[in-house]
Design a protein around this ligand. Structure first.
Ligand code: HEC
Ligand code: HEC
Length: 285
């Protein structure tokens, strides 16, 4: 404050007295102080708004999680009866499932099942590679609608563990509104940026990571989260971006494995746009 005052004093002394403007020393100082205060107030208000938005985001997520947990408890008995044998790390297999673990298909199903999805802690759901919750929820939805789960080899033996209409309805009643809420949440707080790179990476995160990233490598293809590694892998061809394996498989709907999860035309466009962008930025050799 002292320094500003001194500066003002010097500035004020430079204003020729006979000038027509009526700015006196006192007015100039006051104006300068007002302006400074206005700026400080604007900064303070922006900070308040930012913190409020953060608090609101946190509050909203906590509410979603708490509702999701409650909803999960309601369908837990159903999941326990039909899914936990392979999707709960606390469930112990019957003795015949535990012998010869290396070659026993029942044991193998449990190991693989738990990796793909572990209901042990309820919501948030666990899975190897910690994929996005929304991606896991959608995969549950897909499997239930397609009756892809429980595995056929299992329901052939345990007929009553198939998914029936009523089970489908109950599971979707939990999953669907939750997917919508999570979508709304990210639309509100993490909108797409209309930047092909970050948009494409978000699409891959949503549609591919749970089988090809963070330690999961279906078909021997993993580490997708490492963009540099992905771009220099055999799955991307920067000389012919739209001949890239990751693009071709997505375009002809071979990947993701479930057709319901196939990339939309807009998503394919974004993926292609990004690969072309990367091919242009690639250092020429
Ligand atoms: C007999 C064992 C078994 C049972 C019972 C079972 N699953 Fe699975 N599930 C698996 C295995 C094994 C995988 C991993 C498949 C793979 O790696 O391709 C899996 C994967 C999944 C996935 C991940 C699919 C994806 O696209 O990532 C979901 C979702 C799923 N199961 C849901 C369920 C639900 C819901 C139930 C109960 C209604 C259920 N499963 C019952 C064995 C089982
Ligand atoms: C539910 C699991 C799952 C999801 C999700 C998934 N994949 Fe796959 N992916 C697999 C499996 C299983 C294989 C190996 C078996 C096969 O080739 O069919 C595979 C293989 C691949 C391969 C290697 C093919 C080869 O011939 O070596 C590529 C590339 C691939 N996936 C790309 C993708 C892309 C891109 C996405 C997202 C748009 C995706 N995958 C989503 C399960 C998945």
């Amino acid at each position: 404050m002292k320094i500003t005052f001194l500066a003002l004093l010097i500035m004020a002394s430079c204003i020729p007295m006979e000038q027509k403007g009526k700015l006196t020393f006192r007015d100039l100082r006051q104006e300068e102080i007002d302006e400074m205060e206005r700026r400080q107030e604007a900064i303070r208000q922006a900070e308040v708004a930012r913190l409020e938005l953060q608090r609101e985001k946190k509050r909203e997520m906590e509410e979603i999680i708490s509702d999701a947990k409650a909803g999960f408890e309601e369908i837990k008995p159903l999941l326990k009866s039909k899914c936990f044998d392979c999707h709960d790390s606390n469930t112990k297999l019957p003795a015949y499932g535990r012998i010869f673990p290396r070659i026993n298909p029942i044991h193998k199903h449990q190991v693989e099942g738990i990796k793909a999805l572990d209901f042990v802690d309820g919501y948030p759901l666990k899975a190897q590679g910690t994929p996005l919750q929304i991606s896991l929820l959608k995969s549950i939805r897909d499997e239930v609608l397609d009756r892809g789960m429980p595995l056929k080899s299992y329901t052939l033996v345990y007929r009553s563990k198939r998914i029936f209409e009523e089970d489908e309805r109950r599971i979707l009643n939990w999953v669907d509104p939750l997917i919508t809420r999570l979508q709304d949440f990210s639309g509100k707080y993490e909108p797409m940026e209309s930047n092909p790179r970050s948009d494409a990476l978000k699409i891959l995160e949503m549609k591919c990571y749970r089988c090809h990233a963070h330690g999961v490598a279906k078909g021997g293809f993993g580490d997708m989260e490492d963009t540099k590694k992905l771009l220099s892998s055999g799955y991307v061809d920067l000389n012919n971006p739209d001949q890239s394996e990751i693009y071709k498989l997505s375009e002809n709907k071979e990947m993701p494995t479930n057709k319901r999860d196939a990339l939309s035309d807009h998503e394919l466009f974004t993926l292609r746009e990004w690969l072309i962008l990367e091919s242009k930025e690639k250092p020429k050799n």
